[in-house]
Design a protein around this ligand. Structure first.
Ligand code: NA7
Length: 544
């Protein structure tokens, strides 16, 4: 290491200033702790700062994908659309930061590179890329579940003469594709959102598809003021209903019957009704067995295929866009606005990478295995992220005895409740692996974790103790439970980022907790009621 200078000594260091970091700062500061937040970007917002590509939009309804901790904030803020676009979400985040005076404890353009637990003083020493070292009793990781971009290792990419972009690192000032031929890789949520927008501007778009995705119409539009007025009149009850729901969403009607117990006509009517309402969650929850029973799932697969065939004019393109080979919903389901229409344009071409992989990137485009050359002046990677564990393992985190988190998690993440890791005292992972996180309303998952952390820290201090960590037995039992619940569903059958399968060499383990936000919350409440069962408080020495 080079010359290191000393930074602040605080109670808590928070890594990341997105939804998670901002709430951690607010909640723990209100509890009387002194905090320092480090954020790598030039601005706050996390995911909603970086993903500023055209078309970026949340797939949870805006009135739900927002903080619930302040009734006044809920009443004052006006969302304009059913599903908010990135600029509006970022404006909301900026508003929250100003309203709760958060900026003074946030240091931007500062990346945390290493964190080591010093057992002699029971404190974390945190290094940042400005060459400074800071210490804190607690370290709270809110660096994001989808924040480390995955860029494919294409042969010759460095020789490309045009511009290379990733949706998760989009230039803040925008990109002008006017007059360009653009190659877009990836047809997940980001690809499905960005492709129609680029198509509107560019001369030609070539979409390079490896796997077709299941996507439902967003059904986005302006929010009806009367609907908002009614919702606001009962916002606290609405928020509570969301907390008690499976996904952290109180609006979606969750069907409680089997897709196999109804006639084909009735099922089609129900799918049609939900498809017309818009929102992936509406369709995916039409029946209670779509994600656990292959035969039930197949009914949804057939339905989605029929809709794609209706929407896309060219039968060959429609056929390629129909997802096959994996159950619907086992990769993150997308929401589209104009996506399928884009393929009805003359200036959008779909290329199937399964039959025509890229053999080389050349200065003016791509060469395909079938001999075709795709000319391009820009390459856009909508190729996703090293999800959930990526941002934690990007930092050299060392716990007791210098044990590295990277070593401990070499075969997949191990922790208790997705929140704490045995052998890594006073380190909290907000929406960490093994918690509902990306399978729920993220803002709600964040609030629940941060509230739990705040209560635990206060409890610890009231007892006059200094460290808390996961017990090894509790950790083992939780990891087993997370796997057991996942394997009762169809999810693990599919190569997805939920399984770590999108990153070469990443262990194939189901990363989030699929048991639902309400059962997870109940489990956490039981743990607290039993005196923080499974956590070791104070100087108890453990080996992980
Ligand atoms: P996703 O959902 O991981 O989608 C990435 C897409 O990129 C997906 O279609 C991948 O195909 C494709 N991909 C990944 N690597 C490659 C390579 N090497 N070559 C070609 N195509 C590739 O990321 P998103 O950013 O769209 O969405 C992430 C989340 O953000 C989303 O779920 C929402 O929660 C918001 P694959 O399916 O792996 O074959």
């Amino acid at each position: 290491m080079g010359a290191i200078s000393c930074g602040r000594e605080v109670d808590v260091i928070v890594v990341g200033a997105g939804f998670g970091g901002l709430y951690a700062l607010h909640r723990l500061r209100t509890a009387g702790l002194e905090l320092q937040v480090f954020e790598a970007a030039e601005g706050i917002g996390g995911t909603w700062y970086w993903n500023c590509y055209p078309g970026a939009r949340c797939d949870v309804e805006s009135v739900e994908y927002s903080y619930s901790f302040s009734e006044e904030l809920d009443q004052d803020w006006e969302w304009s659309e059913r599903y908010a676009a990135q600029p509006e979400i970022l404006r909301y985040i900026e508003h929250v930061a100003d309203r709760f005076d958060l900026r003074k404890d946030i240091q931007l353009e500062t990346r945390v590179t290493a964190a080591r637990f010093d057992e002699s003083v029971d404190r974390w020493t945190v290094e940042t890329d400005d060459g400074r070292r800071h210490t804190a009793q607690f370290l709270v990781m809110t660096a994001g579940c989808l924040s480390i971009p995955n860029v494919p290792d294409l042969p010759g990419l460095e020789s490309f003469a045009g511009r290379v972009l990733h949706t998760g690192r989009w230039p803040q000032h925008g990109v002008d594709f006017e007059g360009q031929q653009v190659a877009v890789f990836g047809t997940g949520s980001s690809g499905i959102q960005v492709i129609p927008e680029i198509a509107r501007q560019a001369d030609h778009v070539s979409v390079l598809q490896r796997t077709a995705n299941y996507s439902m119409p967003a059904g986005n539009g302006p929010l009806d003021p009367e609907y908002v007025r009614e919702l606001k009149a009962r916002y606290p009850e609405h928020r509570e209903a969301a907390r008690q729901s499976f996904f952290g969403n109180g609006i979606v009607e969750v069907g409680d019957g089997s897709a196999l117990d109804v006639s084909d006509e009735e099922r089609r009517r129900e799918f049609d009704r939900r498809w017309a309402l818009g929102g992936a969650a509406w369709v995916m929850t039409a029946y209670n067995d779509l994600i656990v029973d292959e035969a039930a799932n197949a009914k949804l697969v057939d339905y989605v295929h029929s809709k794609i065939e209706e929407m896309v004019g060219d039968p060959e393109t429609a056929h390629l866009l129909c997802p096959t080979g994996y159950p619907a919903g086992t990769k993150r389901v997308c929401q589209h606005t104009d996506y399928y229409d884009a393929y009805n344009r003359d200036d959008v071409t779909l290329i199937d990478l399964r039959t025509a992989p890229v053999t080389a990137v050349v200065p003016d485009g791509l060469q395909l295995a079938d001999g075709r050359t795709i000319e391009a002046q820009s390459i856009v990677f909508a190729t996703g992220f090293d999800a959930i564990t990526g941002s934690l393992l990007a930092i050299d985190i060392q716990g007791r005895g210098g044990r590295q988190l990277r070593d401990k998690w070499a075969d997949g993440p191990r922790n208790y409740l997705g929140l704490m890791v045995a052998g890594f005292p006073n380190l909290f992972t907000v929406t960490g692996p093994g918690s509902p996180s990306v399978l729920s309303n993220m803002v709600m998952a964040i609030e629940q974790h941060v509230d739990l952390i705040a209560d635990l820290v206060i409890h610890l201090r009231e007892l006059g103790l200094v460290t808390v960590e996961a017990g090894k037995d509790a950790e083992d039992a939780w990891v087993e439970h997370v796997n057991e619940v996942a394997h009762a569903t169809l999810y693990p059958r599919t190569d997805s980022w939920y399984m770590g399968a999108n990153i070469p060499g990443k262990p194939r383990v189901f990363l989030p907790y699929v048991g639902g936000i309400v059962s997870y919350r109940v489990k956490c409440e039981e743990v607290v009621a039993r005196g923080y069962e499974g956590f070791l408080l104070s100087g108890t020495s453990v080996t992980a």
